[in-house]
Design a protein around this ligand. Structure first.
Ligand code: HEC
Ligand code: HEC
Ligand code: HEC
Ligand code: HEC
Ligand code: HEC
Length: 382
């Protein structure tokens, strides 16, 4: 609620906020009977159907996490939640919010009267094309880059809506409302507000500018090493004075439009240590710093929040006896650190029943996502 008030006061006219609010009423109401003359392909909500005519968007989307938002970690939990309909709908509000998807998940079948019988498994398509673009079988999209006549365009043409080019478009799923679950005065998901308070709105840089360059649907984020490297720079400086090594490793959030990282689930670890001639780590020379918003599994409080604000930086100081030939600096990203702990605990406490195999798969996935963001070996002895 507060978020929408904020939105309308910022924009200065309410009709915009109302459009946004209406577009993002969730669950997204049943599309209903397809209009006369729609072919099964035009009536389908399956991203594959959209992909026959929009192949670039489809291939991008398939490679992005939005297509996997009903992955094993989510479905595994929902399977044991199934009797708690409210709970399931709550999660699917962001992970697969169309009524067709929710009904199919809860009842195991698509609702009757749906004209696209091939759409089994629609709930597994998660944040699919229809979630963002289709309401009542009408396609909504941004102002086309090249204007063309609407005649003959399939699916009865489309409606242009300015909300697609605004950061607020992403907020319903990437920002908890101000009165939603918060810790230390910060909503658990706070990406939109972090962006709003950053220099980027002033530069005209929206979520889409960075996450949908040229309108591509790649939505790369912290799970993508190349993308993250472009937004985050690391500098290491070291001095040797007599028997002492002193230095500082600086991690700079140069290009993320919000805190690095924005969510409570990733953790970034900076490690500095000395190595011998063979490159082996030397005991007693380790220094470690953790960048993240770290919570216990019950989300009851914040243990620390060392995340880096937009354009800000994080310093790890290093001061040790000189013992080795070189100093190693490593910055490792654990995109799913919280989930690893969470799945391990679920399995250890026997909380995963019907969803057990899926939670085991999700745990394996979360253990395979870490990567080294930055690595350097600095000689200490000339
Ligand atoms: C039979 C081919 C066909 C199918 C199937 C189809 N589209 Fe389209 N769509 C088009 C054409 C042609 C246009 C006109 C603009 C263009 O050339 O991209 C268009 C336009 C659009 C636009 C407007 C783009 C803009 O510039 O704002 C959106 C959004 C869209 N489609 C979404 C979808 C979605 C989502 C699906 C699946 C649920 C879908 N379409 C299925 C052919 C198709
Ligand atoms: C209907 C809800 C919804 C909307 C709207 C939405 N997202 Fe997402 N987004 C999700 C979910 C859920 C995930 C997590 C998918 C997963 O990993 O299971 C996600 C993942 C992402 C990721 C990948 C993050 C990573 O960890 O690498 C990025 C980037 C992203 N979204 C950006 C955006 C942007 C930009 C917009 C607006 C144009 C947007 N999203 C709109 C629900 C949404
Ligand atoms: C307000 C929107 C929202 C709601 C409600 C929500 N999520 Fe998410 N969820 C997200 C976003 C956004 C991400 C991606 C964050 C990231 O980049 O790691 C995500 C990520 C996840 C992931 C990790 C990614 C993956 O696919 O394994 C799991 C598991 C998950 N959510 C489960 C749930 C469950 C279970 C519920 C209900 C109890 C729920 N979520 C409710 C938005 C939401
Ligand atoms: C998370 C929301 C989201 C999802 C999922 C999504 N889109 Fe989009 N789409 C957008 C936004 C936002 C834009 C406008 C981006 C901009 O203007 O920078 C857009 C733009 C488009 C356009 C216009 C492209 C252009 O070059 O003018 C088409 C066509 C389209 N999407 C089709 C699809 C299809 C097909 C799928 C599924 C394969 C899909 N979208 C999935 C949010 C989404
Ligand atoms: C100036 C470019 C830029 C802007 C603007 C931007 N992002 Fe990001 N985003 C990044 C970069 C770079 C990363 C990878 C580093 C990171 O995780 O912070 C990222 C990561 C993410 C992630 C991954 C999860 C995580 O914990 O970091 C999500 C989700 C996301 N962005 C959503 C959004 C949304 C929603 C908006 C708009 C409110 C937005 N971004 C605005 C550049 C940007």
């Amino acid at each position: 609620m507060t978020l929408l008030l904020l939105v309308s006061s910022l924009w200065g006219h309410t009709s915009f906020a109302t459009t946004l609010e209406r577009h993002w009423e969730r669950p997204i109401a049943f599309q209903g009977k397809p209009p006369e003359g729609f072919s099964p392909l035009e009536a389908s909500l399956n991203p594959k159907a959209c992909g026959t005519c929009h192949p670039i968007q489809f291939v991008d989307w398939q490679g992005a996490l939005h297509s996997r938002s009903m992955g094993p970690g989510v479905v595994g939990q929902l399977m044991d939640l199934r009797e708690d309909v409210q709970g399931v709908v709550g999660c699917m509000t962001c992970h697969a919010p169309m009524d067709e998807q929710i009904d199919e998940f809860l009842d195991g079948r698509l609702p009757e009267g749906v004209a696209f019988p091939d759409d089994r498994g629609l709930y597994l398509t998660g944040v699919s094309c229809g979630v963002c673009h289709v309401r009542g079988h009408v396609r909504y999209g941004p102002e086309p880059r090249i204007r063309r006549p609407m005649e003959g365009v399939p699916h009865g043409g489309f409606k242009v809506s300015r909300i697609f080019e605004e950061s607020r478009f992403c907020a319903p799923c990437h920002q908890f409302p101000e009165d939603g679950y918060s810790l230390n005065g910060k909503p658990l998901e706070n990406t939109y507000r972090e962006w709003l308070e950053s220099p980027y709105p002033g530069e005209g840089k929206t979520c889409q500018s960075c996450h949908m360059p040229e309108r591509r649907h790649t939505f790369k984020g912290i799970h993508d090493p190349g993308f993250t490297r472009k937004g985050v720079r690391v500098e290491a400086r070291v001095d040797v004075e007599g028997e002492k090594v002193a230095g500082v490793v600086r991690v700079i959030n140069e290009g993320a439009g919000h805190y690095f990282p924005t969510y409570v689930t990733p953790l970034v670890v900076v490690r500095v240590y000395q190595v011998d001639m063979e490159g082996r780590a030397i005991d007693g020379t380790f220094e470690e710093g953790k960048i993240g918003r770290y919570l216990p599994l019950d989300l009851s409080h914040e243990i620390f929040d060392t995340r880096i604000p937009p354009k800000g930086s994080y310093d790890l100081e290093y001061r040790r006896e000189l013992k080795g030939r070189a100093l190693k600096v490593e910055v490792t990203v654990y995109p799913d650190e919280f989930y690893t702990r969470f799945y391990q605990s679920m399995l250890a406490r026997g909380l995963a029943r019907r969803g057990k195999a899926l939670i085991e798969e999700a745990l394996r996935n979360s253990l395979s996502s870490p990567y080294i963001l930055y690595q350097e070996t600095i000689p200490l002895i000339p």
